[in-house]
Design a binder for this molecule. Sequence first.
Ligand SMILES: [Zn+2]
Ligand SMILES: [Zn+2]
Length: 318
Amino acid sequence: MRVKFWGTRGSIPVATSSAGIRDKLIAALTQAAGRQLDTPARIEAFVDRELDFAVGRTYGGDSSCVQLDAGDPHYVLCDLGSGVRTFGNHALATRRGEPGTYHIFMSHTHWDHIVGFPFFMPAYIPGNLITIYGCHASLQDAIRRQHGAPSFPVEFSQLGAEIRFVRLEPDRPYDLAGFRVTAKRQRHTGDSYGYRFERDERAVVYSTDSEHKLDDPAATLAFAEFFRGADLVIFDAQYSLADSISIKEDWGHSSNVVGVELCQMAKARHLCMFHHEPTYDDAKIASVLAETRRLEEITREDHPVQVSAAWDGMEIEL
Ligand SMILES: [Zn+2]
Ligand SMILES: [Zn+2]
């Protein structure tokens, strides 16, 4: 199974600023000073192998959208953040006019998780089938109402694809889209839902927009169970610990530190930090990642947890 990240930013889509690009160029050219970079191949090798990720690349700025690809002809996605625009264009380009089937699991309907749908081109094309799953009673209304006047030029009813909504109950396993899928309610304003996807002895947990309070042992244990033995946990680590225990407590998100603790308790294999804070630049996300890896190492008992920070375009093979 392959997991592909199309949007990894929290709260609102962002782009690297002009000043941010300038800083990257200065850092790259400084590092290049005195090097023999006189052919395109040498320059490419330098950029790919020697520059830090935060200098030579970017975590990206599209909001939440993650694809689970188990090799089926249909598509499986989590959330409809702005990243689904790029995904949809990619899917259409590879299908060359062939109709497609899309299964989309929604954590909740805050703007950053639905804002991509009006720009999801497969929704406009007759013959495509889109099924949107979620646990909120208001799911269909929330997605419909961002279309049409006064907010958008196209009414939902004008979309050409067949679009179905399916309400799920949390804590109950379903067989959907080729996976065993279980949803779990999470602490967040208006509630959000995490999903555990299981197939071929692999498990992926998508758990974004979830605030964990480790002072509630029953809730902590329930999440450790939900993450139990997962090959990959995609985790809302929007804040650094300093932010999460000071000004941003009760804002509905978690920190890298909580992610490490829960994945260690659950003996999960890989913690992927997701839903990055929109005010963090690439250097800040890279430094939170480095801190988190150090924390994992010094608190590790017998079970190592791989730690990564998601970026738009990243793929993880399980
Ligand atoms: Zn969000
Ligand atoms: Zn939210």
